[in-house]
Structure formats: C-alpha cells, structure tokens
Design a protein around this ligand. Structure first.
Ligand SMILES: *Cc1c(COP(=O)(O)O)cnc(C)c1O
Length: 370
C-alpha cells in the first residue's frame, strides 16, 4: 500500500491556480494586503460567520498577535491546556507570560472548565482554550468564569475551521479566536491563519501589530511583527474555499464508516460531538481504554507495517516538554486526565485519500490486537 498519512493537503486545480498567479504577476503586487488578500479576508469573514476577521501568514503569528493585542503585564498568568500543539503554550511564553496548565476532560479532551477557578490567582489575566480536534470548549462556562474574574478569553481555533455551536460561528466566542490554515488543516492557504473577534476596538491594534506597528510612512507607534499573508497564499485560499465543503462531506461519511467499522471492538472509546455542534472534521481521534488488550503504541506501530501513519496527537503533552521543565517544577500542575489520555489516544488518517481498503486494514489491525 502507498503511504497513508493522518492528513493530506487540500489542493486546487493547478490551471485555476495559474490563472490567479497570472493576475497577481500582472498586478505587480505579490504581498502587503493585495487584491487577493482583501477578497479572501472578506470571503472568510462571511464563510466563518464572524464579525471581524484579519488574515495572517500563519496560525502561530495570529495567536501570538491575539495575545499581544491585550498588552498584559509581564509574567502574568494565562490558564491553558497542555493537551494541544506546541504553538499554544509557546505563544503565551513568547509574550512574556506564563502558561498555567489546566487538566482536560475525559469526554472530549478540551480544557476542564470546572478546574479553571482553582488555578486563578491575582496574576491571572486570561484563559486560552483550544477547541482540540474540533471539539468546542465549554464556551458558556468559560465566559462566565472570565466575567466573574475579569479575564480575557482567547481561543485557539486551529482545529475548528467552519465549526459552529448552536448555528453560531465558533469564531464569535471569547474575545479573540485564532485559526490556522496550515497544509494539515481542513482548509489551507499552504501556511496561513486568521483572527476573528466581535469588538471593533480590537481591529486597529490587530491590524497594526500585523504590519510592524507601521501607521504611515513616518509613524511607527507599536512594536508589531510581520504577520502579513501574501498574494499566493491568498490565491490558494480563494480556490480552496470552493473545495473544502466537499472534503468536509467526505470526512463526515468517513467518520461514520470508521465508527461503524470499529463498533464491535472492545475497549475503544470514540469521542462524540454534542448535537448542537457543527463539527470541523479536522481529526478522528480514538481512545484505547484499559479494557483494550494491547495498547495505543502497539496499534500505532502495527499500522506502520501497512504504511498507515496514524499520529499520537497530543503525545507528549506540552507539560512534558523539556523546555517547560522549570515551569512545571514551579507550578506543579495536577494533570491526571491529560497524563492518561496522552498514552491512549490515536488519530487515524482522516481525509479524502482514505478509502475502503484502508478502513478495512485499520479495522483488521486494531481487531487483531484487541
Ligand atoms: C496548527 C496549529 C497551530 C498553529 O498553526 P500554524 O498555522 O501551523 O502556525 C496552533 N494550534 C494548534 C492546536 C494547531 O493544531
């Protein structure tokens, strides 16, 4: 079998891309908020059903900028999840802030909102939740806590493109949400990202930070960064915007097929979406519980024999990173659920390149070890 990876980039028709490139080359503007960029910014705002949206060159710079936009005092604390991609705590740390790790919930692996209040100190300034694998955080409870303690709420929505809660675009919750359009995400601009928010007062600062804090030829009044999405990225984005829904439909039915196929194997827990959630279909994680005979790593290695490359997201947890050792020593976070789930979870290949033969082989391998 040909190598099958956990994700596969959505690619537009190359002739269509060529037309866009011709247009970009004719214009002579290849970056700095060009035509394609501005059109994509507008289209994505509508697609994600959000009030304000600004594009970025990647999701990490977007998240970095979201945190920066609030000018938190140095060494202030941000309560976040350790069960995420490295970018989440790194963006907090790059802002001279301290990520305080809060444990996650068994059922959908998002931050455990019932454990947040215990971690709040006089230094806490924000909660940074991650809609991990596309499972939304408990946005209502988190909002209530934030209001009670006057904290900002930022969401890492990298896995949640086009997701909705009760029909409301997920980018409307919290103060700012950061999206990633990296090649591995449901929707990509090769590398790219965006911030969405509902407060117009944030717009000036976010746009300013995105462009070095430069206001005009003579005035630079903020310590910004280069967060600009270029025209070729935007062209990919415009074309993929027409394709991602079809990919999403495929994954929706793939998810159903996986669930059906795995349903007779003992010891597998498949996290489910609440009925009020429109999923993003970013990943398909399954949990090997204590009653599964072998363990997650056995399955991971067994699948590799058939050139099927699943991923152990998010093992190791961010709280295990050697770069956060001093932090862990100081804060001694209590993370029993994270420390259990990180050894049990496996993300199966989840994209339109996954065919029946793959589903059959994955079933056989998992069944044989059960
Ligand atoms: C992909 C990802 C990011 C960062 O996105 P990039 O666009 O790759 O910089 C941030 N957080 C999470 C959870 C991600 O999966």
């Amino acid at each position: 079998m040909k190598n099958l990876y956990v994700s596969k980039p959505l690619l537009p028709n190359i002739d269509d891309l060529h037309k866009h490139i011709n247009k970009i080359f004719e214009s002579g503007f290849i970056t700095n908020m060009g035509q394609e960029h501005n059109l994509l910014e507008k289209k994505l705002k509508d697609e994600l059903c959000v009030k304000y949206l600004n594009l970025f060159n990647n999701g990490t710079i977007a998240l970095l900028t979201a945190i920066k936009a609030f000018s938190f005092p140095d060494k202030a604390e941000v309560i976040t999840t350790p069960f995420t991609f490295a970018a989440t705590p790194h963006c907090i740390t790059w802002n001279n802030l301290i990520p305080v790790f809060c444990d996650i919930k068994q059922n959908n692996m998002t931050i455990d909102e019932d454990r947040i209040e215990d971690l709040i100190t006089e230094n806490t300034v924000a909660i940074l939740g991650v809609h991990v694998y596309g499972f939304p955080c408990n946005v209502n409870k988190i909002q209530n806590i934030a209001q009670k303690y006057n904290l900002k709420v930022i969401y890492d929505a990298a896995h949640s493109f086009s997701s909705k809660i009760n029909g409301i675009g997920i980018g409307n919750f919290g103060d700012i949400s950061a999206f990633s359009f990296h090649a591995t995400k449901l929707y990509n601009t090769i590398e790219g990202g965006a911030l969405s928010y509902t407060d117009k007062d944030l717009e000036y600062r976010i746009k300013s930070l995105r462009n070095f804090g430069i206001q005009n030829e003579e005035l630079v009044d903020d310590i910004g960064i280069n967060g600009k999405m270029n025209e070729l990225q935007a062209a990919m984005g415009l074309l993929n915007l027409q394709l991602y829904r079809q990919e999403k439909e495929y994954r929706k039915s793939l998810r159903d097929q996986y669930i059906q196929s795995l349903s007779d194997i003992k010891g597998i827990y498949i996290p489910m979406f609440d009925s009020n959630v429109e999923p993003s279909y970013q990943y398909f994680p399954i949990i090997f519980t204590e009653s599964y005979k072998a363990n997650r790593d056995d399955v991971y290695h067994e699948l590799k024999k058939y050139n099927i490359f699943s991923r152990r997201y998010f093992y190791p947890a961010c709280s295990d990173y050697s770069c956060y050792k001093p932090l862990i020593k100081k804060f001694k976070p209590n993370l029993p659920v994270t420390d259990k789930i990180k050894n049990q979870v496996l993300c199966l290949p989840f994209h339109s390149g996954v065919k029946q033969v793959h589903i059959d082989q994955i079933y056989k391998s998992i069944k044989a070890l059960s």
